[in-house]
Design a binder for this molecule. Structure first.
Ligand SMILES: Nc1nc2c(ncn2[C@@H]2O[C@H](COP(=O)(O)OP(=O)(O)O)[C@@H](O)[C@H]2O)c(=O)[nH]1
Ligand SMILES: [Mg+2]
Length: 364
């Protein structure tokens, strides 16, 4: 039995609609055809597993007694620090790792983010051995993570990387291998499409036979990606450092984050909003009197993404939220970013139906 190094599926040459297919197995077979194409030709995978498949794999992994690296996406914190995952991880040895720190503005102080992460854990009574930020993209703090792993791992045991789809678990393991062994090419396949790792993948790593184990991630049903087509994913998933945009909140101001969300000022107080979203999403500033016309006629051109094609499957919901101005707050949108609110105000938030809007103390 050979397992694909890319997605972990068992390699087989009998059914091309099932995971792990190759036309012919031989001694050199390392990847299934799907991962081979993903790695070499950037083709999109056809086989995507469901959350039921994932839960089975993850629960199986959690039966074993090893150090757990719970990876979250710092930019998608609210969707990736999930109750269903936290509840599975209670009373286990967990290091919380917030990946993609490279996306945050250069001036962000890592220790402040770590404080904030610890606070989020405390608010859920979730005990972790340590919290940290890393970037698997530029290698930031990867060495520190390896030191922590070496400190907390028990002899002969494995280290499990768990977390939602797309947080960068596979990229993180690749980054560790790059850092430790100077391996230049990626060992495990990574992708903007959620759900490309199908099974656990074992990477021998420690001298005592201990392994790094990559696992598939749960897909968040509320994620905005699920409402859009794959060609928009690259636009929405920030790849480069965020350039936050600040707007004083004036009476009747409306701000659209593409056609993905908007806020309208109902009572301005003395306040401002800072938008953190991919630089490829257009921010459109307008007057509340123009909102209906924009929503009816301009999504897919002025308000982009979504595209005209995607609009057909989207509707919106709104929520009025009041901020008392005592603490900086963050409004998190599932899948594409957050808005920090400073000061006292009342606003109407519009978001795509089926996605979530969640409020925390501001992360930055
Ligand atoms: N900007 C940035 N993107 C990352 C980082 N790590 C992973 N990604 C991207 O996030 C996407 C998902 O990564 P992947 O490793 O496949 O996530 P997994 O599903 O958790 O294994 C890919 O498009 C990666 O390029 C990071 O540190 N910074
Ligand atoms: Mg993966």
């Amino acid at each position: 039995m050979i397992k694909c190094n890319g997605c972990g599926a068992i390699i087989q040459d009998t059914d091309d609609n099932k995971p792990g297919f190759v036309p012919k197995i031989n001694d050199k077979t390392k990847y299934c055809m799907r991962c081979y194409k993903m790695i070499h030709y950037n083709e999109l995978p056809k086989i995507i597993a469901t959350n039921e498949d994932y839960i089975r794999v993850i629960d199986n992994v959690l039966k074993k007694d090893g150090l757990i690296i719970y990876v979250v996406d710092i930019f998608q914190f609210k969707n990736t620090f999930r109750d269903d995952m936290i509840n599975r991880l209670r009373d286990r040895n967990v290091i919380l790792v917030a990946n993609k720190f490279d996306i945050f503005p250069h001036s962000t102080v890592p220790l402040k983010i770590v404080d904030w992460l610890n606070h989020q854990c405390m608010s859920k009574s979730f005990k972790v051995l340590a919290s940290m930020v890393v970037s698997s993209k530029n290698g930031l703090f990867i060495k520190d993570l390896v030191s922590l792993i070496e400190m907390f791992r028990k002899e002969d045991s494995d280290v499990y990387f768990v977390g939602s789809a797309n947080v960068g678990k596979s990229s993180l393991i690749n980054a560790i291998l790059r850092d430790e062994y100077s391996i230049k090419t990626d060992t495990i396949s990574t992708s903007v499409i959620p759900g490309t790792t199908l099974n656990e993948i074992n990477i021998p790593f420690f001298n005592d036979n201990g392994k790094l184990v990559d696992t598939p991630g749960l897909i968040n049903d509320y994620d905005v990606l699920g409402k859009l087509l794959p060609k928009s994913y690259e636009k929405i998933m920030t790849k480069t450092e965020l350039k936050p945009k600040t707007y004083p909140l004036d009476d009747n101001l409306a701000l659209f984050i593409g056609g993905l969300a908007s806020i309208e000022v109902l009572d301005k107080g003395d306040s401002a909003a800072i938008i953190y979203a991919s630089n490829d999403i257009k921010i459109h500033k307008t007057n509340t009197s123009r909102v209906d016309d924009l929503l009816n006629n301009r999504i897919g051109d002025v308000l982009l993404p979504p595209t005209k094609e995607e609009v057909l499957n989207i509707s919106y919901e709104t929520k009025e939220i009041e901020f008392d101005g005592k603490k900086k707050k963050a409004i998190w949108f599932s899948g594409f970013g957050f808005i920090t609110i400073l000061g006292k105000c009342k606003i109407k938030v519009r978001y795509i139906k089926g996605t979530e809007v969640l409020i925390t103390n501001a992360i930055i």
